[in-house]
Design a protein around this ligand. Structure first.
Ligand SMILES: [Ca+2]
Ligand SMILES: [Ca+2]
Length: 207
């Protein structure tokens, strides 16, 4: 009986730890909500996108033009031509991270299938088919993968591989440590405490 109680308490503690210590997103402005968009969208040559650097070409910070995956804004990786954006994250060498983002495409023109390269430690190729998509039906698709950081700085970049003014569209970019070091420490400390209580109760002859 004591063992079952202790196990249940451990499970409850683990659940509390995962909820109470929500994973910290290492990506700043990962949902592109830091800047309000004057009108329906604005080109990156006109307005800076906070915390992101446009390395190649230009991109569009899109507001009310279509429905975002999260919040109001998203980014068309083709402004007037193909663009690339990146951000350097502070990471810990050897630490595993969960990386995710949501992908759609600018359905308003160009070839229906939009291609992009996503680099975080290694390069990944993605594509999105805009056939049948609309402002209210973007078809946002979430992609998630893990990687192990090799240094204290990891650059995350998104680059369009489609030409023209209508590119792949991204939103809701997230990088979190797995598991969160603090959560794990709290969990282990908590489990150690539970074990100590159980031992004391057993020694005292109570349950
Ligand atoms: Ca957003
Ligand atoms: Ca565009």
């Amino acid at each position: 009986m004591l063992t079952i109680k202790t196990t249940l308490a451990g499970v409850a503690l683990a659940a509390a730890a995962s909820q109470g210590f929500a994973s910290t997103n290492l990506v700043t402005n990962g949902s592109f909500e830091a800047n309000s968009v004057p009108g329906t969208f604005v080109n990156s040559t006109v307005q800076v996108i906070s915390n992101w650097t446009v390395g190649v070409g230009n991109v569009d910070l899109v507001g009310s033009l279509w429905t975002a995956a999260s919040g109001v804004n998203s980014v068309d990786l083709n402004g007037s031509k193909k663009g690339e954006i990146h951000q350097t994250l502070t990471t810990v060498a050897g630490q595993e991270y969960q990386f995710s983002f949501e992908l759609a495409g600018n359905f308003q023109g160009g070839i229906a299938i939009k291609n992009l390269s996503v680099n975080i430690g290694s390069n990944g190729l993605y594509s999105f088919d805009t056939t049948g998509k609309s402002a209210g039906n973007m078809g946002w698709t979430k992609y998630s993968t893990t990687f192990v950081a090799v240094s204290s700085a990891t650059t995350l970049s998104f680059a369009s591989n489609s030409s023209g003014a209508y590119g792949p569209v991204i939103d809701n970019v997230s990088v979190t440590a797995v598991p969160e070091p603090e959560s794990l420490a709290m969990l282990l400390a908590g489990l150690g405490l539970m074990g100590m209580i159980a031992r004391r109760r057993k020694a005292a002859g109570t349950r």
